[in-house]
Design a protein around this ligand. Sequence first.
Ligand code: ZN
Length: 279
Amino acid sequence: MTLRSTCAIVLKIVDHGESDKLVTFYSNNLGRITGIAKGAKKSRHRFVNKLELFSRLQMLYRPPRNPSGLLFISEAELLCAHLSLRTSFQRYVAAMYICELLLRFTRDSDPDPQLYALLQWALVSLDHADTPQKITALYHLQLLAVVGYRPEIQQCGHCGHPVGPGRSYLFIPGSGSLLCSACHHQQGPHSSRLSVQALKFLASAQMVPLERLNRLQLSRQTAAEAMEALYHYTFHLLQQDIHSWQAMRALAAVPARKKNAPSPGAIQATSGNCPSATT
Ligand SMILES: [Zn+2]
């Protein structure tokens, strides 16, 4: 069978046997899919410094023989290493959370170009900006919209009063909507209080196209508020926990660290230019 080519972003890698790796990635035309890279643990040529978390690759592959089989990864060319996502602890935690959300909300072989573009935007933005909380909150909000669970944050879901000063708001995970202070008298166990500032930010983020999202300004505290609400909503939707949330939540609570803080693990230096977020 002849080889095919695709652009793909690595979401997860696990060792397989003595010399192989199983790589789960999100591709622009294949969606989420897992492939086997034979000999990847030992190869000095085909895969070294390429099959790394968060890398964007041009991949040569053979499709699986049956729908539930593994794709065979023949070769990979590095398009963008997103190196700082593996050398900065803050960025690593945020990138892990972003990838886990995508893994949870997608199924195999169900491509969505919007999700690919959103993932690419998030990783490129994380790689170049020092605002992982803001980027994570924006990514999460956009992801929910693309997969059909856009939260209703423009007005109270009960009385319809538009969000504005003079009332406080709770975000209710069960309905994905707000309750204003005129309609509720106490906070429920899983509801999250959202400031008018956070709600205004999230509402404008829902209107802005991907290429302009980075222009939105958001304080760390407001980003933390938004992330908390989106997490509880997602937990309700998935009915299961997101493993990397605790690390992400801790990150949201600590002051910003300097760029290229201590590495999260053994990291190999890679290089590669990253032309744009629109491939
Ligand atoms: Zn109300």
